[in-house]
Design a binder for this molecule. Sequence first.
Ligand code: BYC
Ligand code: FE
Ligand code: FE
Length: 474
Amino acid sequence: MSINYLDRIPNNVNLSEDRTLQRALEHWQPNYLKWWQEMGPESSQAHEVYLRTAVSVQPDGWAHFGHVRMPDYRWGIFLAPQDGQRKMHFGDHIGKDVWQEAPGEHRANLRRIIVTQGDTEPASVEQQRHLGHTAPSQYDLRNLFQVNVEEGRHLWAMVYLLHRYFGRDGREEADALLERNSGDEDSPRILGAFNEKTPDWLAFYMFTYFTDRDGKFQLSALSESCFDPLARTTKFMLTEEAHHMFVGESGVSRVLQRTAEVMRQRGIEAPDQVRAAGVIDLQTIQRYINFHYSVTIDLFGADQSSNAATFYSSGLKGRYEESKRTDDHQLKDRAYSILTVTNGELKEVEVPMLNALNEVLRDDFIRDTVAGVGRWNRVLEKNGIDFRLQVPHKAFNRQIGTLAGVRVSPEGIILSEEQWQAHQDEWLPTAEDRAFVGSLMGRVTEPGQFANWIAPPVIGINRQPINFDYIRFN
Ligand code: BYC
Ligand code: FE
Ligand code: FE
């Protein structure tokens, strides 16, 4: 299971034994590198960045740290070890051996799931490509680049599956993953949130907190898949996801810490006074939360979805922590409640659970998310600030599913179009909010120095000091 770094493409799948596959991937590799140069982190190609690289897929000690130029990062193909005993543990085929090849009758659905997953990875790199110009510290810049190279590797993970298991159409899909681009009018990325902008570092921390957490839940559901190669590759991807969410959670915490400190020291509360002190007001932070939360919960898909039922029953995609659940893992006669609008009111209605599995996963995500927002509030509490952040109502600002386009306040009150128009600037980031946050963004490059609007982290990367040279600018 050790990783072979001697091959042109590092891997632990014995790539050199499958010459056709190796050639196909070696053909894709230069296109990937070209995409990285054109659409990856701007003006960063010569920097040496203190990155971690996987050296083993075992849970302990898989990482090696060292300064590398990002284009030289060893992107490769790493799958968690195979468990030869694995049986299907949910859906219609419970008890049978898991698939080692793509099952013919589910091939199209499986490919579609892999393509959708794969599409998000380069999309996020594209969304974040400008941020290097305004990093608040070397430490943060390094974290951005670490996230970027790992999202690049996640693309590799899905491209491997497409090439290895889907023949010609898989190769075509792998090419298309480099051809769609975030926000492109003619050929956008597949899912909504991945066509939004990530214009500033507050947006970046929100994205890694909320949207990478969609990654955690979707990948967890895919790591249950009865298509074993998908389960094994997503399992390894999950080990990298934890760091992305850490960057988001600790990033927002540090912004809050700095704002709270300044508010306390100067005895100020009003947003304009807080802004005048050069830090981000809590009301703006709340509006960013409202935005990123609502576009991210849309990523779970429609609350009633026959696709979701099919994916589950056929064994392609499980639930979060499927193996730990104690029901029958078939869910044929179970119900689940979803929110709908009936006679102008939000009401819960029971629907067949199989059709509501997107909602089940969304609710798992929401529970996890709310816990972290509680940790953010403790930062405010410790600083003696009364303001509390919260996630908006599930029906707020939705574009997908039953709640799409319904006008609902963050508290969950149904509104007329006029009421919505009159108040939306209090609830979602305005052009002026973004301009203000943008005005704070300036590049800080001295080791150990931080922009005024964010507190330093508690500890450095890999037990290095905070003033370590995480980036060698060349
Ligand atoms: N935007 O029946 P439905 C990550 C479409 S994040 C636009 O609900 P389904 C990462 C849908 O495609 C994890 N369109 O669909 C994070 C369908 O279209 P068609 C990503 C949307 O298939 C940060 C139609 O609406 N992984 O890794 O049940 C950085 C009907 O919807 C959206 C995955 O998503 C949307 N938000 O559910 C880097 C896992 N939502 O067929 C990386 C794989 C739905 O009518 N994907 N639609 O044209 C899936 O499991 C499913 O495709 C979805 C959608 C859960 C996304
Ligand atoms: Fe990813
Ligand atoms: Fe991620």
